[in-house]
Design a protein around this ligand. Structure first.
Ligand code: HEM
Length: 245
């Protein structure tokens, strides 16, 4: 280190002596290759390094097994399950075509144990399928969820009624047309007409609950959607039982 500095700073031999007057040329002599052993002596203390921690599995392993017998990750872990095009046991394999004719390397050339090996992991679970009846539609431009949020908070009248009302099922039933559609969810009645074009599941699906209580269908389709929040500015009232005469 010192020789390196000497080649760059002509006045280096004096730099240490003048260190008080030229503080910017501070050099640590102990870092020199041929320098004193001060730093290494400190290493000889019994204090373990901060990492890995004293009780870590890594440290325990190092103590018990010498580094020469340490196993690689590949030896310690079972290999991941094979993708369908590489697994000869899966029915999805193209009949009559070996993996090599498909242009993919064979499992043996990849160093992956054959499926008969005790290490192989064969997945018996099917890939997740969409719940039936769930289908997103392409929304018209200007009808994204963000556009709906903007319309909701714009102050536009989305209720169509001056005050919240008590609404019986028979009154609710009268509001079953696209241009005048009400639906009840969790005891609250909403004017769903303004939301029809914004519904990610499409107008047709949403119209299935027009004029009636849609709580059950809603929960079956997407219970995670917060209808109270989505339609708060469309609320027209509360669903009440028919009046007995
Ligand atoms: C007015 C109440 C409703 C609101 C606020 C609403 C809201 C939403 C929202 C936010 C999504 C997107 C969900 C997501 O991306 O995970 C969605 C999707 C959907 N909704 Fe609704 N929905 C309502 C009522 C209904 C009803 C009554 C049906 C009837 C079956 C329905 C059927 C669907 C379907 C099929 C999807 C597509 C789900 C998908 O494939 O991701 N929705 N709805």
């Amino acid at each position: 280190m010192a020789s390196f500095l000497r080649s760059w700073i002509p006045s280096y031999p004096n730099a240490k002596a003048e260190s008080k007057s030229t503080p910017q040329v501070e050099v640590d002599e102990t870092a020199d290759d041929s320098g004193s052993e001060t730093e290494r002596e400190e290493d000889h203390t019994d204090e373990p390094p901060a990492f890995p921690s004293l009780n870590s599995a890594q440290r325990v392993k190092t103590k018990t097994s010498p580094s020469s017998s340490q196993k690689s990750d590949a030896e310690l872990m079972p290999p991941p399950s094979l993708p369908p095009n590489l697994n000869p046991n899966l029915a999805s394999r193209t009949p009559g075509m070996s993996s090599s004719t498909l242009g993919v390397p064979s499992s043996s050339s990849l160093g992956v144990p054959s499926s008969s090996s005790s290490l192989s992991v064969q997945s018996t679970t099917k890939p997740p399928t969409k719940p039936s009846g769930r289908n997103k539609v392409a929304l018209a431009p200007g009808h994204s969820p963000l556009d709906w949020a903007a319309l909701k908070s714009s102050g536009a009248d989305l209720r169509g009624v001056p005050t919240l009302m008590r609404i019986t099922p028979s009154v609710l039933k009268q509001h079953n047309k696209k241009d005048d559609a009400w639906a009840a969810f969790n005891g609250k009645v909403y004017n769903i007409t303004p939301y029809l074009a914004f519904h990610p599941g499409g107008e047709k699906e949403l119209m299935r609950v027009a004029g009636r209580d849609g709580t059950k269908l809603f929960a079956l389709t997407h219970a995670w959607v917060n209808v109270d929040f989505m339609l708060d500015s469309c609320m027209v009232g509360f669903l009440v039982p028919e009046r007995s005469s």
